[in-house]
Ligand binder design. Structure first.
Ligand code: SF4
Length: 336
């Protein structure tokens, strides 16, 4: 089956309805064995050092994967995407633009989805059949999320992995569903985590590969992964246009906050990790998040796909110690 790459979550149903194999280029980059080299190769090809590591990784991912067709999200994601599109089209890749409308206008979004459908020659009927298939898997991944914060039997890293993978269903929905089923069977038999600090993770997924394990080694478990949960389409909506209108990631920060604040409250988080990527425009949103979120916040910045550096580890340790002190001994909920 022909593979179609994309730069961030798009209406996956259209790609699946067209009988193509979806490839989230972010997952291809960060999930492979050679993520640090991907960034270096892009720099060797001429990318400036002060360009986002994800963009550099996506460029090499396209070049190495042999993908010849991709959807690039030109509005609602990344200010670098247009230049990346131009560069890849010069390399002979067919690039289809897709835009999430500013202001979440329903008719404009419907028009964008139908434009994508026309390109892939699919009709609404087959798109809704694909949605039905994908929703079955999303429903199971939603259960993994519930087991994370309500039953406390899933780690923050596992929660991250399964939700982030829903953006392309690991390029093989049936295989991914079997993996989800096996995980659910195992997780339901686990003994719940105890004595941890409960954390929210907000922002783009981390480029660090050991963030969750380090947090857990220090007694902090992520029980809410904001963006990753959004990739899994958490609202269970029947209307496809409404599904991608409610999806918060590509829209303004206030729409994201309207999801973050109640979810973090419901999941009883003690503190928030806000991850920002070096050279990303979204760093500016940290100013708004700090004014609006009623939780202690630690902002972490990552650049390349490496392990956490010593300074970041020290900052995390200090933040978790502060949260543990706020809890006090009477809660019986000290760090393990
Ligand atoms: S982290 Fe920011 S700059 Fe990098 S790809 Fe994502 S939106 Fe673009």
């Amino acid at each position: 089956m022909q593979r179609v790459g994309f730069t961030t979550t798009i209406p996956l149903e259209v790609i699946v309805a067209a009988g193509k194999t979806p490839v989230d280029l972010n997952n291809f980059f960060i999930g492979g064995q050679h993520a640090p080299r991907f960034v270096e190769d892009a720099e060797m090809a001429g990318f400036p050092r002060n360009t986002c590591g994800w963009i550099k990784g996506i460029f090499t991912a396209v070049m190495e994967s042999g993908i010849r067709e991709m959807v690039a999200v030109t509005e609602g994601d990344c200010s670098y995407t247009k230049a990346l599109m131009e560069l890849l089209s010069l390399e002979g890749v067919t690039v289809i633009p897709f835009a999430y409308p500013h202001g979440r206008d329903r008719e404009t979004l419907r028009f964008e989805i139908e434009k994508l459908m026309r390109h892939f020659s699919v009709e609404w009927e087959s798109v809704y059949q694909a949605k039905e298939r994908l929703d079955l898997i999303r429903h199971k991944v939603r259960e993994i999320d519930r087991l994370t914060w309500e039953q406390n039997v899933v780690s923050g890293r596992e929660n991250h992995y399964f939700q982030v993978a829903t953006s392309d269903m690991n390029s093989a929905p049936d295989t991914f569903e079997a993996e989800v089923d096996a995980f659910l069977r195992e997780a339901r038999c686990r003994t719940p985590f105890k004595d941890e600090l409960r954390l929210a993770y907000i922002g783009v997924p981390p480029i660090f590969d050991d963030l969750y394990t380090f947090l857990e080694s220090q007694g902090g478990r992520v029980v809410f992964n904001e963006t990753q949960r959004q990739f899994a389409m958490p609202y269970d909506l029947n209307d496809l246009v409404e599904q991608y209108r409610s999806y918060t990631y590509p829209y303004d920060i206030f729409h994201r906050l309207s999801d973050i604040i109640p979810e973090a409250g419901k999941r009883r988080v003690d503190g928030v990790i806000h991850y920002v990527q070096s050279f990303c425009f979204r760093q500016i949103e940290d100013l708004i998040i700090r004014r609006k979120l009623p939780f202690p916040i630690l902002t972490l910045e990552g650049d390349k796909p490496t392990r956490l550096d010593a300074r970041t580890k020290i900052r995390i340790e200090g933040f978790l110690e502060m949260l543990a002190e706020r809890q006090g001994p009477e809660t019986g909920n000290e760090r393990s």
